[in-house]
Design a binder for this molecule. Structure first.
Ligand SMILES: *[C@@H]1O[C@H](CO)[C@@H](O)[C@H](O)[C@H]1NC(C)=O
Ligand SMILES: *[C@@H]1O[C@H](CO)[C@@H](O)[C@H](O)[C@H]1NC(C)=O
Length: 361
């Protein structure tokens, strides 16, 4: 009885608050590392690395930032309401027609293939139904939103295979849907922007692992009239360094999806471009890069560096830096007309889209 009273008087409010303030971040960070990956250190050293206050502090900041995503609940319910029939396993892409193609004598429309992001380990096509609908309307184009084998279902190579298979599907079946299969535009966000550029470069290099005949790969490259990268990652090593500053390099899916650090150069558009010969560089379609200056998930330097490289290699490119826009705005604000950056983003997209297709804006 006496011991209990003594104990009670010791556990004062500041102590409890302090324990919570320290204990909670440690619990959350350790659970995240237990679930998603310990630091890459031998034996017990990984736990020492995992427990370092600096890592815990940085990870806690990332976790707290995630609470901000609660504000997107309205959009979440909007898309769930619109899209609620995703039961089958074998459908791999969704197809959205522009409003004008209702009647049978309509001309074929150019086609956008939209590749979503999600750090190579999350996301699915249903999340982008609102975006695809708006994009089809604003660009007067058909929009295709494919799923791809995100980690752990597949690695980066499987993702590129899936995206090139989707492109092949457009080439082979597009006519049945009034799609102009010679005018394909790739648009990707974040990891999706990385995959759009990477897929195109792999096709130009006629990489055997895509399991597509060389002549078919050439046809595909010729049909891709432009690439638009939204808040994209284009150099994996640079991005890994950025992940380190946020303390998330081990829990992140990136290095796992790339099968380790050894493959970072192989999967980095910037490294591939630097090794390309002149005749290959000539086949690279024009690239437009959009990036928000408030992006902390993928810093704006990523697009800056790629644009500088493309310019130095004489590949047509344009770069749009959008003040105050962050990583999430870049897609959520393409989903509904009442969102803050809607007009500015679609203005840039339309401008580039028309330039790619040699149309007047
Ligand atoms: C949209 O594109 C179709 C097919 O290219 C064309 O027939 C139609 O006139 C276009 N509509 C608008 C509003 O530009
Ligand atoms: C992104 O910026 C908007 C303002 O443009 C802000 O409301 C939102 O909280 C930010 N989102 C995240 C995830 O930081």
């Amino acid at each position: 009885m006496e011991a209990l009273i003594v104990l009670k008087s010791y556990i004062s409010l500041p102590v409890v608050a302090g324990a919570l303030l320290v204990g909670f971040p440690y619990c959350v960070s350790l659970t995240a590392q237990w679930l998603y990956g310990w630091p890459n250190k031998p034996g017990y050293k990984k736990y020492i690395e995992a427990l370092k206050p600096r890592r815990i502090y940085r990870m806690t900041r990332v976790v707290l930032e995630m609470f901000k995503y609660l504000q997107y609940s309205k959009l979440f319910f909007q898309w769930k309401l619109w899209y609620n029939n995703d039961q089958t396993n074998f459908v791999k892409l969704d197809f959205y027609l522009p409003p004008s193609t209702g009647h049978s004598d309509a001309n074929p429309t150019p086609v956008v293939v939209f590749v979503y992001g999600g750090a190579w380990g999350s996301g699915d096509r249903s999340m982008y139904c609102l975006l695809a609908l708006q994009m089809a309307k604003e660009l007067n184009a058909s929009v295709i939103c494919p799923d791809y084998s995100i980690y752990p279902k597949g690695n980066t190579l499987s993702m590129i295979q899936d995206i090139s298979d989707s492109l092949l599907w457009v080439r082979q079946n597009g006519h049945a849907f009034k799609v102009d299969q010679d005018n394909i535009i790739l648009i990707g966000h974040s990891a999706g922007a990385h995959l759009c550029v990477l897929t195109t470069l792999f096709l130009i290099n006629t990489v055997e692992e895509l399991f597509i005949e060389t002549s078919r790969q050439r046809e595909l490259v010729a049909a891709i009239k432009g690439i638009i990268g939204l808040s994209g990652v284009y150099n994996i090593m640079d991005h890994y360094e950025h992940e380190k500053t946020r303390g998330v390099e081990y829990v992140s899916t990136m290095h796992k999806a790339m099968d380790g650090l050894n493959n970072f150069a192989y999967y980095s558009p910037t490294s591939i471009l630097k090794k390309m010969k002149e005749d290959q560089l000539k086949q690279v379609p024009p690239v437009a890069l959009l990036h928000g200056t408030n992006d902390i998930v993928v810093p704006v330097e990523s697009s800056l560096k790629l644009s500088e490289l493309l310019a130095s290699l004489s590949v047509k490119m344009s770069l749009y830096l959008i003040p105050k826009l962050n990583h999430t705005d870049m897609v959520t604000d393409l989903m509904a007309a009442d969102r803050h950056f809607y007009n500015i983003l679609y203005d840039f997209l339309k401008q580039e889209f028309c330039t790619f297709l040699n149309k007047l804006y």
